[in-house]
Design a protein around this ligand. Structure first.
Ligand SMILES: Nc1nc2c(ncn2[C@@H]2O[C@H](COP(=O)(O)OP(=O)(O)O)[C@@H](O)[C@H]2O)c(=O)[nH]1
Ligand SMILES: [Mg+2]
Length: 323
């Protein structure tokens, strides 16, 4: 698959789409080719702000991304929208499913919208999204929005690949966590109460105060204090202020080194995770391991050997010198 790297770097969206197809391919030879391409473009990546967006279905993610994305375009930026959605093979993907809510954005030549890859091997869907993000940066997109509906581990995965992680919420102060997993609030750099319009304006303000108080109780161990804001994606209200907050974060975090540090830590953690997955795969694919495993399972079951000895025997098969 010949990728025109120069075209990609000049922002050609067809070259970008082709590169993403390569990255998403399951074929072994494509895998190597994709990694070589990524290594080649690596020096021109990292120039965007990577923003993660999560929230329960119906909270207004797609509507928000349309409003926010159009605002960014009006400011002369180029916007890429990606998704991590493990449910996509069944549901058709959070982005594909409601691209109609992002109609204007999807028609703009300065916006690039890509649905979640339907599957990933090593590192799962998140690995593909990370790689796609790098390709989008190489193609000159200034803002990368990574959306997830929050099935399984996907919010955690998105939080660990972005600079700024945002949780959209509904105006509903009474309903404590609104079906959002508890740990997610602690990962958020901002909580945004959407649908602060019409009859919900007061409730949205109450909800905002409620979460401001709740966040005060959480320990802060970085320079950034998570913000609570409200907006109306539908009425296009307070969208600019949200960008103001995020660009403020980017400026501060770049100045004090926190952004570089966060990205470097994310890359190291991802490397470790991949390493473990690769080891696991090698184990599962090793013919001798496959052969011995049932026997050792039995021995451990019957109490004839210890789990430790059985595991050692298996791992040693992996590191046996070639005969
Ligand atoms: N009143 C109001 N409705 C909204 C707002 N944002 C989204 N909605 C509506 O909420 C519904 C779900 O929105 P959608 O963007 O598809 O949510 P998603 O599932 O999180 O992507 C749609 O009917 C939207 O029109 C908002 O700010 N105010
Ligand atoms: Mg949606």
């Amino acid at each position: 698959m010949a990728i025109d790297v120069e075209a990609l770097k000049s922002g050609n969206s067809r070259a970008l789409a082709k590169a993403i197809t390569l990255v998403e391919s399951k074929r072994v030879e494509h895998r190597t080719e994709a990694q070589l391409l990524l290594e080649q473009v690596l020096p021109v990546t990292g120039n965007s702000i990577r923003i993660g967006i999560t929230g329960i279905p119906g909270v207004g993610k797609s509507t928000f991304i349309e409003a926010f994305g159009l605002y960014l375009l009006s400011q002369g930026m180029r916007v890429a929208v990606l998704a991590v959605d493990p449910s996509s093979p069944i549901a058709g993907g959070s982005i594909l499913g409601d691209k109609t809510r992002m109609e204007l954005l999807s028609r703009s030549k300065d916006a690039f919208i890509r649905p979640s890859p339907s599957e990933g091997s090593l590192g799962g869907v998140a690995q593909k999204t990370r790689e796609t993000m790098l390709l989008c940066e190489a193609a000159g997109y200034n803002v990368i929005l990574v959306e997830t509906v929050g099935v399984g581990q996907s919010e955690y995965e998105v939080a660990s690949m972005v600079d700024f992680f945002m949780v959209l919420m509904l105006p509903n102060a009474g309903d404590e966590l609104q079906g959002i997993k508890k740990g997610i609030i602690e990962l958020a750099d901002a909580l945004v109460i959407n649908k602060a319009d019409g009859e919900s304006i007061n409730l949205a303000q109450q909800t905002r105060r409620h979460y401001e108080n709740a966040l005060h109780l959480l320990r802060q161990n970085s320079f950034w204090t998570p913000q609570v804001m409200s907006c109306s994606a539908l009425k296009n209200e307070n969208i600019e202020a949200i960008w103001g907050m995020i660009s403020g974060f980017k400026i501060d975090a770049s100045k004090n080194g926190a952004l570089q540090e966060k990205r470097a830590r994310q890359a190291r953690e991802w490397m470790t995770k991949l390493l473990h997955e690769m080891l696991d795969m090698k184990l599962k694919q090793n013919p001798e391991v496959k052969e011995l495993l049932p026997t050792l399972n039995n021995k451990v079951t019957e109490g004839e050997t210890t789990p430790y000895l059985a595991a050692s025997q298996l791992i040693n098969l992996l590191f046996k010198p070639e005969a």
